[in-house]
Design a protein around this ligand. Structure first.
Ligand SMILES: NC(=O)c1ccc[n+]([C@@H]2O[C@H](COP(=O)([O-])OP(=O)(O)OC[C@H]3O[C@@H](n4cnc5c(N)ncnc54)[C@H](OP(=O)(O)O)[C@@H]3O)[C@@H](O)[C@H]2O)c1
Length: 431
């Protein structure tokens, strides 16, 4: 009989328990697919005495992740404990020893991906990370392997379920940000401290990984411009609807002739765009390749079993490589690509400008915008006579630097009370 492959698991929380459960539930199926049995050898946790909701031999649990990762008998090390250390050190050491690694840790990959890849090359080991972005959606392998025949020109992702849930509630139930956030927290979709999600940091880490795979280059999460959703109001959501749009927190990467745009921010997209139909905690990644055209990957971006599904696929890949005696497939950045400064990014913009309802105000604003090469595609006036009104503009493509200069000047016009909102618009005019 073929020798079982020995799996060590770092972490038995949300994802780890799902991985352990699938290893048991699908033992036969996985053995067929992996070319032999997969044996769970050891599991590292913080507290081995904590009750677990997965049926596991307690002797497998160990409170010391170093001991588990350094076990000379293991073939595949699965890291689902999160955080930078000790994961970074343990994974690098294992890879250098030739142990194949599967990780769901986007934070670690976005900050130290180059170091991990280098260690994998040194050890001739595989580094697999399907679960790190968009949970159960097989987007990592799609970008790294299935789309190799394309030049990816643009990628738009809804890659944070918490913010998508909040924006969906704000849109469908017409509630404010605070109430929608509370609903997300009550239902377990948002952390008690939701900053990493609502400020766009989590999506930025994921975009750095996705863009690296899409463009064959190395990016860090700090390369990604980000703006969160905390400043959005029901008025903005309604204005978007009046314009036939919805607002999503999009992670956007675009190839700009040797440079790339990397940005995460609230974005208005047409209500009939495929991404507009991605509701609640679901994720989706929309990719445009020069040969394949438009593609959309949709599914559950988090949660125990969807994420475990992606981890298991990586374990099977690693097992197949080990059985065949080939060293792992590691997507290596082949190009150096500069990130376009946000001020040089070109976009369409939605602008809400609060003004005193006086004759000539519209002309004054349009003149200032025009002087800065910002041209107006459409305009709606909201409000009553003799009261401050909102002028809602959607612009044609404009350079962000010029838009900002125009807005500074507009804010100084005597009839203008305030610039109430600026939201980038995508999807309805070729960029
Ligand atoms: N949750 C998701 O839906 C999801 C989706 C995609 C990717 N991910 C990624 O998957 C990873 C795990 O997430 P999770 O939600 O499963 O986390 P979690 O529920 O907090 O579980 C973490 C597990 O790791 C153990 N652990 C943490 N630090 C440790 C240490 N220093 N030594 C030993 N054990 C340690 C914990 O032990 P105790 O149980 O004893 O506390 C726990 O079992 C993260 O990188 C996350 O970003 C999660």
């Amino acid at each position: 009989m073929t020798r079982p492959l020995e799996i060590a698991l770092l972490g038995l929380g949300t994802v780890g328990a799902g991985v352990a459960e699938l290893l048991q539930r699908h033992a036969e199926l996985l053995a067929e697919r992996a070319g032999g049995p997969l044996q769970l050898r050891r599991v590292a946790v913080r507290d081995p005495d904590k009750p677990r909701d997965v049926d596991l031999d307690p002797d497998l649990l160990c409170g010391d992740p170093t001991l588990v990762a350094a076990d000379p008998e293991i073939d595949v090390l699965v890291e689902v404990m999160g955080g930078i250390e000790p994961a970074r050190t343990l994974l690098c050491e294992a890879l250098r020893r030739g142990v194949h690694v599967v990780t769901a840790n986007k934070e670690l990959l976005a900050k130290h991906g180059a170091e991990l890849r280098e260690a994998a090359l040194q050890g001739g080991a595989g580094l697999h990370c399907e679960a790190a972005v968009a949970g159960g959606i097989p987007i990592v392998k799609a970008l790294a392997e299935s789309l190799s025949g394309n030049r990816v020109q643009a990628l738009y992702g809804i890659v944070n379920g918490t913010t998508n849930f909040i924006l969906t509630r704000m849109t469908q139930d017409k509630v404010g940000f605070a109430e929608a956030l509370k609903q997300a927290q009550d239902l377990g979709y948002a952390e008690a401290n939701p900053a990493a999600d609502v400020d766009g940091d989590d999506a930025a880490s994921k975009l750095a990984i996705l863009a690296g795979l899409a463009f064959g280059a190395e990016f860090a999460s700090d390369d990604v411009y980000r703006a969160g959703i905390g400043h959005l109001t029901p008025t903005d959501i309604q204005a978007a609807a009046d314009l036939g749009h919805v607002i999503k927190l999009l992670a956007i990467a675009k190839d700009r002739d040797g440079q790339v745009e990397l940005r995460v921010h609230p974005t208005m997209i047409p209500a009939d765009h495929p991404l507009a139909a991605v509701h609640g905690a679901y994720n989706a990644v929309f990719v445009h390749g020069d040969a394949v055209g438009d593609l959309m990957f949709y599914g559950r971006g988090a949660g125990r079993m969807p994420t475990a599904s992606a981890v298991l696929a990586d374990i099977v890949d690693a097992a197949q490589d080990l059985r065949r005696g080939v060293s792992g497939r590691i997507p290596m950045p082949s190009r150096r690509l500069a990130v376009l400064p946000m001020t040089e990014v070109t976009s369409r913009y939605y602008l809400a400008i609060q003004v005193a309802d006086q004759p000539g105000v519209l002309g004054a604003i349009a003149t200032v915008l025009g002087r800065h090469q910002v041209s107006v595609a459409s305009m709606i006036q909201k409000g009553r006579r003799d009261a401050p009104v909102d002028l809602l503009f959607v612009t044609h493509q404009a350079v962000e630097r010029q838009l900002l200069a125009a807005l500074e000047e507009v804010a100084g016009l005597p009839q203008v009370e305030r610039i109430a909102q600026v939201i980038r618009v995508e999807g309805s005019e070729e960029a």
